[in-house]
Design a protein around this ligand. Structure first.
Ligand code: ADP
Length: 395
């Protein structure tokens, strides 16, 4: 058996998936797990596709777990279940590839050093992504490791959509739109092309609506516009993030409310969005339940939907029309009400809802066929495993 270990490391958790490679070179998920509570008392869980007992265990109390210890726990379960010799490579989700890393890349001392230089572009994520890479190198020095970047899929965005209206000298320093969720967009572009190759060549908008949320406009499977920008804070309203906000609010908060840059960052990333507006939760399921009683929950849900409709319309204008709209990620895949309201709000583009297809979550959920709306579940782990597999021979 040949396995690829997919790692998505954050500040307080490491998510992992084990993907098996079959004789045809196709990837199939055989386990998914995570260590939560890194830096605190952690908990590890792993669910297997078949034949093995699921694991859920708390780490010893009073012990603060590091990324390296968390990876050791994951590797031990791989060893116990499949044997470590089954591992042929590890693929990492790395949030930022900057202007230069636009393809999956082997992680060695030189590329890791270059990726470290990008930490100022993604200070909340990049250091943790790289901590997992370096820990795994210490634990399994011979295992080839590959980086897949959330920014890379957007390398095709033209300057007109990429650049901010800032002086050129600042753009040249790298202050521009990078876009994120690219691994998910790449997966959806391939899945859609597999289902409907002709339509995938036309004007497609993918709505990745999860706790983090963004849109990507594609032509012929290439990103030409996206709502996230220099950071993953821009664009749509999200679970705990504001999305786009007048930058003057930030100067005001610092000058008049005496907030430090760190406090403003925390406000915009962690205390805003659905959570901030509702005062209840970042989870759309909780807000749907609370909506009957809570005007704030209703406002949060309406604002989220409104922003999705406006931004889809904006990207459709950038594409000069729309042929397909695809919903994906936690909310996009699982909240029929959101999809229904968005499609109804896009009647000006010619979209009409198929109520029963939408409530059953069929593949096509519009009654209009041109443009049409679809639901495609994303699978970032499968995309990382495929990308890792594709460059392993060069490692
Ligand atoms: P991320 O990867 O950005 O953390 P996900 O794509 O997992 O986020 O999406 C998480 C969000 O999706 C949750 O906060 C919740 O709002 C929504 N969600 C997940 N499952 C469901 C469901 N069954 N019904 C409605 N919404 C759901």
């Amino acid at each position: 058996m040949h396995l690829i270990l997919v790692i998505n490391a954050g500040s307080s958790s490491i998510k992992c998936a084990l993907m098996a490679i079959d004789a045809q070179g196709l990837v199939k998920e055989c386990a998914r797990g995570q260590v939560d509570g890194i830096g605190h008392e952690a908990e590890f869980s792993m669910r297997f596709a078949d034949g093995h007992k699921d694991i859920k265990e708390a780490m010893p109390t009073g012990v603060k777990m590091s990324h390296k210890e968390a990876l050791s726990v994951i590797l031990k379960s791989v060893d116990d279940t499949f044997g470590l010799s089954a591992l042929i490579g590890a693929g990492h989700r790395i949030v930022h590839g900057g202007p230069n890393f636009v393809k999956p890349t082997k992680l060695d001392s030189a590329s890791i050093a270059e990726l470290r230089k990008l930490i100022p572009l993604a200070p909340l994520h990049q250091p943790h992504n790289l901590a997992a890479v370096e820990s795994l190198r210490e634990l399994l020095p011979e295992l080839p490791q590959i980086a897949c970047f959330d920014t890379a899929f957007h390398a095709t965005i033209p300057d007109i959509a990429r650049n901010f209206a800032l002086p050129k000298a600042l753009i040249e320093k790298g202050i521009k739109r990078y876009g994120f969720h690219g691994i998910s967009y790449h997966y959806i572009a391939e899945a859609f092309a597999h289902n409907d190759p002709e339509r995938a060549r036309s004007r497609v908008i993918v709505a990745h609506l999860g706790n983090g949320a963004s849109l990507c406009g594609m032509i012929n499977r290439q990103s030409v516009a996206t709502t996230m920008g220099f950071s993953a804070l821009d664009g749509l309203m999200m679970g705990t993030r504001t999305g786009s906000i007048d930058p003057a609010v930030i100067f005001y908060l610092m000058r008049e409310e005496k907030m430090t840059p760190d406090a403003v960052e925390k406000l915009l990333y962690n205390q805003s969005g659905l959570l901030g507006v509702s005062g209840l939760s970042n989870d759309i399921r909780t807000l749907r339940k609370a909506a009957a009683e809570s005007a704030d929950a209703r406002l949060a849900l309406s604002m989220f939907t409104y922003r999705v409709i406006r931004e889809i319309s904006s990207i459709a204008a950038a594409l000069n029309g729309l042929d397909a709209l695809i919903f994906t990620a936690g909310i996009g895949e699982n909240d029929p009400q959101l999809r229904a309201e968005v499609i109804k709000g896009l009647s000006h583009l010619g979209l009409t809802l198929n109520e029963s297809a939408n409530s059953k979550r069929d593949y096509q959920i519009s009654s209009s066929t041109h443009p049409a709306a679809f639901v495609i579940p994303t699978n970032e782990e499968a995309m990382i495993a495929r990308a890792t597999l594709s460059i392993l021979p060069d490692c």
